[in-house]
Design a protein around this ligand. Sequence first.
Ligand code: UDP
Length: 239
Amino acid sequence: PPAQPAHKRILLKLSGEALMGDDAFGINRATIVRMVEEVAEVVHMGVQVAVVIGGGNIFRGVSTGSVGMDRATADYMGMLATVMNALALSDAMQKQGLVPRVMSAIAIEQVVEPYVRPKALQYLEEGKVVIFAAGTGNPFFTTDTAAALRGAEIGAEMVLKATKVDGVYSADPQKDPSAKRYTRISFDEAMQQNLGIMDATAFALCRDQKLPIKVFSIFKNGALKRVVLGEDEGTLVYA
Ligand code: UDP
């Protein structure tokens, strides 16, 4: 029989930068298609998948492009950037045969529907992929925090933080060949060792809610599937 997933409902955090591929900015179609293929694999295993998408490939509140700007205004621009990414992701998912639903934390209803928690839960139960756009809807936050927040709200078993590196290392693996990947590490240990897993607000929320975080690479073939199967992949941050 096919392997059974260890997790029924997950929250996947994709950074905006993951959509860039090797481009300098914006959205790289081939990259997004590859990512969606990985997601489709676990959806077809019956896992309920919600995605929080970042916006850093287009605009960040704290970036050179926003120097001199009011921080809150720049952050609203960043949130709108995530809506663009959500539309691109949704389009690619649809073409892949998935049924995506974008829900925005900022009212922009001619473009995407607003976030309504019971509706998001219903979509997940129906096997649709929910894409949460516009972060938390508030300036001074990040999409990492949105991932922790939505993850807790929908009762996800785990927040999957997709990065370029396949886990959390004792040192930068590109600079230090003796760097070791942690298979698992507790929230307290990660904090003591100052490992920047998610920003402080996101990290604190996951820790308080005892919502585990898995750091893994979305660009490693089959890694997402192995995470969902509960295999040794990436790094688990646990309470
Ligand atoms: N942002 C915000 N509130 C949120 C989420 C995001 O103000 O709840 C803004 C913030 O300016 C941020 C930008 O949106 O820099 C893009 O999000 P983020 O930097 O988290 O994207 P990522 O790094 O994941 O690509």
